[in-house]
Design a protein around this ligand. Structure first.
Ligand code: CMP
Length: 227
């Protein structure tokens, strides 16, 4: 019963009935990962798909110079590990817990059977994967910008789109990634992130309170940095 409740938080399963959720949840195993723990290693064989029911993870690869590049941050309700189950290749990236994280896992055969048996899940999966591809295209385009402040502003917009809450025209990000992770998402250094955040704050675009970030006037922010 507890697993069904957890599964309801995963967007991929929103169209399923209680009975269908029960059937799928029986095949799942719960796992816990501590903050900083490696969940998946790039190039390893893919055996399971993971559904995040609590916490968050970062998807990373190493650059040629050995720097961590963050491709995405996934939160509760998201899933990962589907790519190598679908195309039979090795893991495309590392996955690391950003905080204490709870997941449900489904092994390869069950995952493929579920997709076959429930076309609505397959359609939802394709939607999410299309959305991720769009975001990656956006990220590639923004990384080619020479202006680091703009890259950082675009990265903040990306985080806001993923986890922000709109409040009277402002967007509140309750727990933004640490500055080093923002640097690794935007291809710059922690020092540059620190400087850029200060400038954005002084110019009135952002308010900061520890890990909390508030984009002041979201529409203006988008107009200034994403057009
Ligand atoms: P897989 O390749 O099996 O293992 C690593 C996982 O990271 C991958 O499946 C996806 O679930 C996830 N992943 C890889 N690239 C991205 C991306 N650009 N955005 C979101 N998730 C990703």
């Amino acid at each position: 019963m507890k697993k069904i409740k957890l599964l309801k938080s995963v967007s991929l399963f929103w169209d399923l009935s209680e009975k269908e959720l029960g059937y799928i949840s029986e095949k799942m195993i719960s796992r816990h990962y501590e903050a900083g723990q490696l969940i998946l290693l790039e190039e390893s064989d893919g055996e399971q798909c993971f559904f995040v029911t609590e916490g968050s993870v970062k998807i990373t690869r190493l650059s040629k110079e050995g720097r961590e590049v963050i491709l995405a941050i996934l939160n509760d309700g998201d899933f990962f590990g589907e790519m190598s189950l679908l195309d039979g290749e090795s893991r495309s990236a590392n996955v690391i817990a950003l905080e204490d994280t709870e997941v449900l896992t489904l092994n390869r055969n069950d995952f493929l059977l579920v997709i076959k048996d429930y076309p609505q899940i397959a359609i939802q999966l394709l939607k999410v994967m299309a959305h991720r591809l769009r975001k990656s295209d956006h990220q590639i385009a923004s990384l080619s910008l020479s202006d680091a402040e703009k890259r950082i502003a675009l990265c903040i917009l990306r985080i806001a789109d993923e986890q922000g809450i709109i409040q009277k025209g402002n967007v509140r990000i309750a727990k933004a990634p640490i500055q080093q992770d923002i640097a690794n998402m935007s291809g710059t250094s922690r020092e540059t992130v620190s400087r850029a955040l200060k400038i954005l704050e002084n110019e009135g675009y952002l308010k900061r309170n520890g890990r909390e970030l508030i984009i002041q006037n979201y529409t203006k922010f988008v107009k200034e940095f994403d057009s």
